[in-house]
Design a protein around this ligand. Structure first.
Ligand SMILES: [Fe+2]
Length: 375
């Protein structure tokens, strides 16, 4: 794998490392993929050496998007092209390097991601240290309860499958990342550095990711159903992941938790309502007969999976980056590349505790109101 050119070979300020990380002697060098350097050091990658972390507690959070200008001019005027990939979700910006963005531009980016659900960039010269520093600007970085890590950079979640991923299709479920947490991630960033050589002649292809807009999906439902959903909470569970960890790697870093979140949440930057239940982690609607709640959830999941008009499918290229809003989108990776290697690195800043503001509006209602004010 080629080396990444970090924009500046200077020390970046990373979050403080937890005190009891395994392999304390290992350090990922700047400008190389940890996929190479961890194994070259003779360590397992991703690394499942067990260690304990304190349970998460509620921390203050202010979304950077609240400091942006509504027209996001500092960011958008610097892009050479703004490509809206579908009407409902997904925008690609060209001509920008994320490592070069000013704080004002990062604030604009937070608003753009909140509005468009997911924003894409290709050909990013950003090594893993820079990626961590970039992500940490937006919130406290999440450390996964059981997934493999980079030994010295535990805030990074390696997305990694190869010839050992015989059950890989079981991961192909629509979800919002770690929604069982007290403060699930908001803006989340994935940089893909190795594409599967899965084409008929060994060409790089496969492993696309699809995102679906929670705003668009929610406003497509009937007003009566929406009014009912807004009264409900659902239980999200990390127990299955924890059980799997204990069965397989034996690496479970925190006590597993189940958390109730509103079925419809309000986005703090856009003020728009979005659907917040997902097939992977939501287990039941609180206070309904299980069979009735499950019937509602199944129908909502089907709308996520089959609502093609709410989706964008992204074809990765080497060093492309996706930044999505886990609060307002669902995603799934397409596992069409077995047994080939696909590898990327994710960082996930945690956001606010999910809430529903009864005065908030659907996206279409809010945009129509805004237009009415201007007219
Ligand atoms: Fe995910």
């Amino acid at each position: 794998m080629g080396s990444i050119q970090p924009s500046e070979q200077k020390d970046l300020v990373l979050p403080p490392r937890p005190p009891n990380l395994p392999h304390p002697e290992y350090r990922t060098p700047r400008g190389v993929s940890p996929l190479d350097s961890v194994r070259a050091a003779g360590l397992q990658y991703p690394n499942y050496t067990p260690f304990k972390l304190p349970n998460l507690t509620i921390q203050p959070f202010t979304d950077r998007g609240l400091s942006s200008s509504p027209n996001k001019q500092d960011l958008l005027s610097a892009a050479t092209e703004i490509i809206h990939l579908t009407p409902e979700i997904g925008t690609e910006l060209t001509g920008l390097q994320l490592t070069q963005l000013t704080d004002v531009q990062k604030n604009d980016l937070a608003r753009l991601v909140a509005e468009r659900g997911v924003v894409f960039f290709r050909d990013q010269n950003m090594d893993v240290h820079e990626q961590i520093a970039f992500g940490a600007y937006f919130g406290d970085l999440h450390i996964h309860q059981m997934a493999g890590i980079i030994p010295d950079l535990p805030w990074v979640h390696p997305i990694h499958k190869d010839e050992t991923a015989v059950n890989g299709r079981s991961h192909q479920i629509w979800h919002s990342d770690v929604s069982y947490e007290l403060q699930p991630p908001g803006l989340t960033m994935l940089k893909m550095d190795t594409l599967p050589k899965a084409g008929p002649g060994g060409e790089e292809t496969g492993g696309d990711t699809i995102w679906a807009s929670g705003y668009a999906l929610y406003e497509s439902l009937s007003p009566k159903l929406r009014a009912f959903l807004e009264t409900l909470e659902a239980k999200h569970s990390g127990l299955e992941q924890a059980e799997k960890a204990l069965r397989t790697s034996g690496c479970l870093r925190r006590d597993p938790i189940e958390t109730n979140h509103p079925v419809v949440r309000t986005h703090p930057v856009t003020g728009w309502k979005t659907l917040y239940v997902n097939e992977n982690f939501t287990k039941e609607i609180v206070g309904l007969e299980k069979r009735i709640g499950d019937g509602i959830l199944d129908n909502l999941y089907r709308t996520v999976a089959e609502g093609y008009e709410f989706q964008v499918r992204w074809k990765w290229s080497k060093n492309a980056v996706a930044i999505w809003d886990n609060r307002a989108t669902f995603h799934t990776g397409i596992f069409d590349y077995f047994p080939h290697l696909r590898h990327g690195l994710r960082v996930a800043p945690q956001a606010e505790t999910p809430y529903f503001d009864p005065k908030s509006k659907t996206r279409k209602e809010a945009l129509a109101e805004e237009k009415g004010k201007k007219a």
